[in-house]
Design a protein around this ligand. Structure first.
Ligand code: EPU
Length: 417
């Protein structure tokens, strides 16, 4: 597997353009098969998760025409066959084919999805939703057959506002008979982006972005053109980089509102930034002070930025505390950060970590443990003294479009070896 090599401690100047949101794109692509005509999605990031979804579409005989950041998907000749274990396990978002195929054909056969090993990540809430819509589920050794003669709208309360379950239930319900109400739905911007896409095709979804989503089933979904929203996690990653080593670095093509929790925390630590409608600019790093963060569902502090924020906190004076409430195993990167000189400690229950700063980071060989863990090491490498080599970068390439090119263009000494 290739590695990323970074010579650290070079100031970064210029502008980084943020691409389309991974967690939106990976739902929009499976959602596209619900369309009875051809759909076009723009601002699609070039990441390996999208490559893996393309493989599933081809396996199902859908037609996919992929340009630089655009995909055209036509499902007229789609064949509803089992998605084999290899394809299902390639990524987490393969689970959106459960809702999409169930919604389109009333049947889906596939395996438990893959994704980063950051916790147990069950799909019980997705399955509960499908059952309440009238589907029966047969599970044998990670193989699922989910089928319904006729899906019928229902009231579905989610015990936890799961992003995946909310989207999957929307996909299954959009062509179901009657009205579905999802209570305690997730409110992430990606949910709104998917609902808007489905509405652009003629679906009737109201309330996306609030905790109650109402869906009235329709029979036909027509062609549309849709744009993926900017990736708030990619934006947040670059904003943290700008705060640490930017010299007039602008992060553009973003929706600053989607980053409120991160911006508030960075401000609290002492980061000074200029905010525009679609950009944030950091003039230079300052002396920062420690803080505490607790991950929560949107609009709380996003778990997907927690690991990258951990790197930031190694550069803040004092004792910072991170509390992870969404996943059970999202601190693996801290062991790698310690190899670079950080002073971090994961507490016994694995849900809290203490970071003492400010510590000098020194380049060494580290291992990417998962997507955002890999990004946290990459940020550490950019500010470290000397050269860092990051192994297992497949994780990083899953979610960051052209990361090496984007960072090189603002002055980073980074290469894939
Ligand atoms: N959960 C359940 N049962 C379910 C579904 C979820 O217990 O049926 C639990 C999970 O185990 C987890 C929590 O609920 O502890 C949150 O899970 P959620 O369903 O919200 O997350 P997800 O759909 O699996 C998506 C993103 C993640 C992101 C989370 C939270 C995709 C493909 N993945 O995951 O992205 O962390 O929402 O925002 O959209 C990443 O990008 O690095 C990433 C991991």
């Amino acid at each position: 597997m290739p590695k990323i090599k970074i010579e650290g401690n070079h100031q970064l100047s210029g502008t980084i353009d943020v691409g389309g949101a991974k967690n939106s794109a990976v739902a929009l692509i499976p959602a596209a098969i619900l369309c009875d005509e051809t759909v076009t999605i723009s601002n699609v990031p070039n990441i390996t998760d999208v490559d893996d979804l393309e493989r599933i579409l081809i396996h199902l005989n859908a037609k996919i025409n992929r340009g630089e950041n655009k995909v055209e998907i036509s499902s007229e000749n789609i064949i509803n066959k089992e998605i084999n274990e290899d394809l299902s396990k390639k990524l987490r978002a393969s689970y959106y084919f459960m809702g999409a195929l169930l919604g389109k054909f009333g049947k889906v056969e596939m395996y438990f999805p893959g994704g980063c090993a950051i916790g147990a990540r069950p799909i019980n809430l997705h399955l509960k939703g499908f059952e309440l819509l009238g589907a029966t589920i047969t599970e044998e050794e990670n193989h699922f057959t989910i089928e319904a003669e006729q899906l019928k709208g229902n009231n579905i309360y989610l015990d936890f506002p799961s992003v995946g379950a909310t989207i999957n239930i929307m996909l299954a319900a959009v062509k179901a008979k009657g009205k579905t109400i999802i209570e305690n739905a997730a409110k992430e911007p990606e949910i709104v982006n998917v609902a808007t896409f489905l509405n652009n095709m003629g679906a009737k979804i109201k309330g996306a972005g609030t905790s109650t989503i109402k869906i009235t089933g329709v029979k036909y979904l027509h062609s549309c053109f849709h744009e993926v929203i900017p990736d708030r996690i990619e934006a947040g990653t670059y904003l943290i980089i700008a705060s640490l080593i930017g010299k007039d670095l602008t992060i553009s093509n973003i929706i600053p509102n989607h980053l409120e929790a991160l911006i508030a925390k960075l401000n609290e630590c002492g980061v000074e930034m200029e905010q525009g409608i679609d950009y944030i600019r950091v003039l230079e790093p300052k002396e920062y002070k420690a803080t505490s963060i607790k991950t929560l569902v949107y609009p709380g502090f996003p778990t997907d930025l927690q690991q990258i924020m951990a790197t930031f906190l190694t550069q803040c004076k004092g004792r910072s505390v991170i509390e992870e409430t969404i996943y059970e195993n999202r601190f693996l990167n801290l062991f790698e950060l310690n190899k670079m000189g950080a002073d971090t400690k994961v507490l016994a229950n694995n849900q809290k970590a203490i970071i003492k700063g400010k510590t000098k980071l020194i380049g060494t060989e580290v291992n990417s443990t998962d997507l955002r863990g890999g990004a946290s090491l990459l940020v550490a490498a950019l500010i470290a003294e000397g050269t860092t080599t990051i192994d297992n970068i497949g994780y990083i390439l899953r979610g960051y479009d052209k990361i090496v090119e984007k960072l090189s263009s603002v002055g980073a000494k980074i290469e894939i070896i």
